[in-house]
Ligand binder design. Structure first.
Ligand SMILES: *[C@@H]1O[C@H](CO)[C@@H](O)[C@H](O)[C@H]1NC(C)=O
Ligand SMILES: *[C@@H]1O[C@H](CO)[C@@H](O)[C@H](O)[C@H]1NC(C)=O
Ligand SMILES: *[C@@H]1O[C@H](CO)[C@@H](O)[C@H](O)[C@H]1NC(C)=O
Length: 216
């Protein structure tokens, strides 16, 4: 009988723990911070309800078996507003897809904390400021597409350390300085950098083809 009572109390305890606001999910909080920073005229973020235990049931969010967010698929969603530093807390995030929106403001340096990130797609937005050097910490990054924004400043030399980088596009921005060489950058052509009127490159492009006029 005593055992039963103990069991009963244990279940009550579990139930209360589920219901208490203290059980909030930090990744859900990070995503909700993103939602709060955005204008969403098409209501694509309507399912992002912070009172749910975890964000894995929200639309455009994918989780792994452990309930950690691995993908955010919000390309072409008519979103405007700014990115938030809280995004950097999504340690298992592999795909951050926010291309073709109207996002403004800066790329938060905190995105350098996304240590699982494979793909960072922020192309075709209205982003300003410079490319954060902290992105060089993304050792798993394979795709970095920041083209068609209003980014200024130099391309951080540290990015050449991204050994797994297969695709880089920073074209159609307002970057300046010289194009870094070496490391993973040795495989990129001028296509990755074109239409940045103040960006200089030829002398540093080394053996890479630099015949702007020709097309294949
Ligand atoms: C995007 O949002 C604007 C309102 O900000 C609206 O007028 C427009 O129709 C939306 N575009 C699409 C493709 O949904
Ligand atoms: C881009 O930002 C500028 C201000 O920097 C603003 O005037 C313009 O409307 C924005 N464009 C879009 C498509 O959001
Ligand atoms: C060059 O980039 C700017 C953005 O900096 C863009 O507005 C313009 O359309 C681009 N030009 C071409 C030919 O793509």
């Amino acid at each position: 009988m005593k055992k039963m009572a103990l069991l009963f109390h244990f279940f009550i305890f579990l139930l209360l723990q589920q219901l208490s606001p203290g059980s909030a999910n930090p990744e859900g909080d990070a995503l909700y911070a993103l939602r709060s920073g955005l204008n969403d005229p098409d209501n694509v973020l309507q399912s992002w309800d912070p009172t749910l235990v975890d964000p894995c049931t929200w639309f455009h969010v994918t989780c792994d078996v452990d309930g950690h967010v691995t993908r955010l698929d919000l390309g072409n969603a008519n979103l405007s507003g700014n990115l938030v530093p809280e995004l950097g807390k999504l340690e298992r995030l592999q795909y951050l897809e926010l291309y073709m929106n109207n996002l403004g403001g800066r790329i938060p340096a905190e995105l350098g904390g996304l240590k699982s990130l494979v793909s960072l797609d922020l192309y075709h937005n209205n982003l300003t400021g410079s490319i954060p050097p902290s992105l060089s910490k993304l050792s798993n990054l394979r795709f970095l597409r920041l083209n068609d924004n209003k980014l200024t400043g130099r391309i951080p030399r540290e990015l050449t350390k991204l050994a797994n980088l297969k695709m880089l596009d920073v074209s159609n921005n307002n970057l300046c300085g010289t194009i870094p060489t070496g490391g993973s950058f040795s495989k990129f052509t001028e296509e990755s950098f074109k239409n940045n009127s103040r960006l200089e490159g030829p002398e540093l492009m080394g053996s890479v083809r630099y015949d702007v006029g020709s097309r294949r």
